[in-house]
Ligand binder design. Structure first.
Ligand code: ZN
Length: 147
């Protein structure tokens, strides 16, 4: 358990305890749900698009500290980006967790705290869930595919 405890860094705990943008958004333009049966995580992501820009991004749901922290950080990053930028950013996160090992790019900011999850394949699903839900929402799909 000590090794697992290592991944619960200060940043992750902070986002878990005080998730940012944690609310429903009835006026959203698109939304999508993601489920991770392995862990029991459920997340629903709400996006408000104004032109190409994501003017607001929020989430709801319940899950472990990792999925919640990742969702909290995701909403903060995606807000203000264009749909294309948000997709590219999502890819960066995926590469950090699943790609060849390398130093995470600086632009990931707080999300670099999740890089320690590389060692825990089951937790990577938790971390990717909100990003998959975001991608699904932007693609007009109601649910994120579980991969
Ligand atoms: Zn989880």
């Amino acid at each position: 358990m000590t090794e697992l405890a290592d991944i619960y860094e200060e940043i992750i705990l902070d986002h878990h305890k005080r998730p940012r943008n944690f609310r429903e958004m009835p006026e959203c333009t698109c939304s999508a749900e993601g489920r991770n049966p392995l862990c029991g995580d459920e997340v629903k992501v709400f996006v408000r698009l104004e032109g190409e820009s994501l003017s607001d991004v929020t989430f709801q749901g319940q899950g472990c500290a990792i999925s919640r922290a990742s969702a909290s950080m995701m909403t903060g990053k995606a807000k203000g980006q264009t749909a294309g930028e948000a997709r590219r950013f999502s890819l960066r996160v995926r590469e950090m967790l699943l790609g060849p090992k390398c130093e995470p790019p600086e632009e990931l900011g707080d999300l670099k705290a999740l890089s320690g999850l590389r060692k825990f394949p089951t937790r990577i699903k938790c971390a990717m869930l909100p990003w998959q839900a975001l991608e699904a929402a932007l693609s007009g799909r109601p649910e994120a595919g579980t991969k």
